[in-house]
Design a protein around this ligand. Sequence first.
Ligand SMILES: [Zn+2]
Ligand SMILES: [Zn+2]
Length: 189
Amino acid sequence: MEDEDLDQLLDEVEQRFCRPETAPGQPGSLKPEQPMSIVDDIDALLEEFLEEDSDDSPQRKTQPFPKGTPGEKKPSSQSGGRKCCPVFLGGSSVTSGVGTATSKRSCDQLRCTSCDFRVLTFDDCEWDSSCDYLFLRNNMPDRQKLRAKLKKRRGLRAFACQCSWFSTSEPTDLRDQPQLRWVCGKHQD
Ligand SMILES: [Zn+2]
Ligand SMILES: [Zn+2]
């Protein structure tokens, strides 16, 4: 339909502008010379036509989508987010964020692969020496209850999941703490 309309329009344009060229009285002229103004007029007319048409004509797909081969799905971990590499645990004065070898930031998106809990952090706190596995087991992830075994200690940051706990002031590479089964769970910034 669209093409027919366009053809019709072109015919109309041709008739309107080109008829004088084929009119009697100019028998020798085989090459019609079109002044630029007429070409401009045709362009303007066509533009008008296309603009009008685009309003109520739905987008049509000329080619069917090629079917993707199964098993070629991209891993979902590729869709946004960054992971710390290496992963650092830092004190309260250490900026939280994505850690790299040159930017030792404290990871605030930690997850424990052993108990599958999110690792909670407490700024300016240190775990009391009486903190143990049973205490975490009973009180995770209630921050208020966990404070029972946290001591105020400026500059330190306390970390805990349901099975492990750790306090530090300096950026600490997680690889140096093999007892902690924590991984960076990806940052969304
Ligand atoms: Zn991280
Ligand atoms: Zn854990």
